[in-house]
Design a protein around this ligand. Structure first.
Ligand SMILES: Nc1ncnc2c1ncn2[C@@H]1O[C@H](COP(=O)(O)OP(=O)(O)OP(=O)(O)O)[C@@H](O)[C@H]1O
Ligand code: SF4
Ligand SMILES: [Mg+2]
Length: 342
């Protein structure tokens, strides 16, 4: 597997300003030290409760937001580690000159707000192409038409405004705009959650087929583990600004270890009355990211917490090959779970 990104201790803190002088009095630790490899051609699902830092992770990786510290090493197509570039520390103007900015795109949850309501579809899609290269109007229109076709729209849609489309069609336009610059990597931030259930699967299928045709790498952010199961080959579970577990999606669904992942999995309803579900109910709210708990951040809600959990932060370490877990009790979790439920 070829690496596309290697993130090292990536942090993004949003300052909280206070007092008459509007000085920084505290910070929201939205992303608090992420180490992660993203491989070329994969779809990495990112799940976790609201506010755990999923969107911030996506925006920080593509440098939409400047990171507070850490590295976002990006490997070129030749995959030569000598040619990697730390996007986090490189000026935006340099990234643009090197053609890297246009290779990294994002699709947002709500296409109603992400598309300019005063622009025709043809201009919405042409805009990112024009910032990247000079092109005659005929060629540009052909290119836009090609993109519309790829996302399942037609020539009739070229001269319409976003409000003249359904939610699903609007998301198709947003996807066409994202792929207009021939990107390598797209952050898909809950791209189906604002849509009707019937349309969600159409958009998921479209994204899947585009990934194959255009050889794309995705970071797919969602609340729903079942969406991850459908679209992602690897899944990362986030809690309060950290990754707590990451593995192949199949492993997450069959051999998850972290108590938080197990709780998220146990909340998925199974349509079988004979099946006795082992439900782990998460009690309490997610603590504040301004002042996260010491030790393991999950200890305030974890049924298996012991003394060390309150004092020492667990590292994200291998429980098996390719399966990383941040939990002091990872090696005993199978037994702890079976003692609890038997
Ligand atoms: N621009 C910002 N300024 C200040 N705080 C922010 C900003 N953006 C996000 N945050 C805070 O950072 C934390 C993580 O937010 P983020 O949007 O990344 O979470 P999320 O996992 O995407 O949540 P959701 O599932 O609700 O979209 C939250 O506490 C949020 O309030
Ligand atoms: S380290 Fe302790 S508190 Fe954290 S998830 Fe593991 S058992 Fe629970
Ligand atoms: Mg979000």
């Amino acid at each position: 597997m070829q690496k596309l990104f290697s993130l090292k201790n990536l942090k993004k803190y949003y300052p909280i300003l206070g007092g008459v002088l509007r000085r920084e009095v505290a910070a929201v630790r939205a992303l608090d030290g992420i180490d992660l490899e993203i491989y070329r051609g994969e779809c990495l699902g990112v799940v976790g409760e609201s506010g755990c830092g999923k969107t911030t992770a996506g925006k920080t990786i593509i440098r939409m937001h400047p990171p507070t510290s850490g590295q976002v090493n990006y490997y070129g197509r030749d995959n030569n580690s000598k040619n990697k570039i730390d996007i986090a520390q490189t000026k935006k103007s340099v990234l643009k000159r090197l053609g890297i900015r246009s290779k990294l795109q994002m699709v947002f949850q709500d296409p109603t707000t992400s598309l300019n309501p005063r622009m025709l579809v043809k201009h919405i899609i042409a805009e990112p192409i024009k910032t990247q290269e000079r092109m005659g109007s005929r060629d540009l229109e052909d290119r836009v038409m090609g993109l519309l076709k790829l996302v399942g729209l037609t020539r009739d849609h070229l001269l319409r405004y976003p409000h003249e489309f359904s939610g699903g069609q609007r998301q198709r336009i947003a996807v066409a705009r994202a792929i207009a610059t021939d990107p390598e990597f797209i952050v898909l931030d809950e791209p189906t959650s604002a849509l009707d259930v019937s349309v969600q699967s159409q958009i998921l299928n479209l994204l899947k087929s585009l990934q194959e045709t255009l050889n794309l790498t995705y970071l797919f952010v969602t609340h729903h583990l079942l969406v991850v199961k459908y679209i992602s080959n690897r899944a990362a579970v986030m809690y309060l600004g950290k990754i707590v577990e990451i593995a192949d999606t199949k492993i997450i669904f069959s051999k998850a270890v972290h108590p938080y992942t197990l709780a998220l999995l146990s909340a998925i309803p199974i349509p079988d009355v004979a099946h006795k579900q082992r439900r782990i109910v998460l009690t309490g709210d997610v603590p504040s990211p301004v002042n996260p708990p010491e030790g393991c951040r999950f200890h305030t809600r974890c049924a298996f917490a012991v003394e060390i959990c309150m004092k020492v932060e667990p590292l994200l370490e291998a429980a098996a090959e390719g399966h990383l877990v941040a939990c002091h009790r990872k090696m005993n979790m199978e037994k702890l779970m079976s003692d609890r439920f038997n």
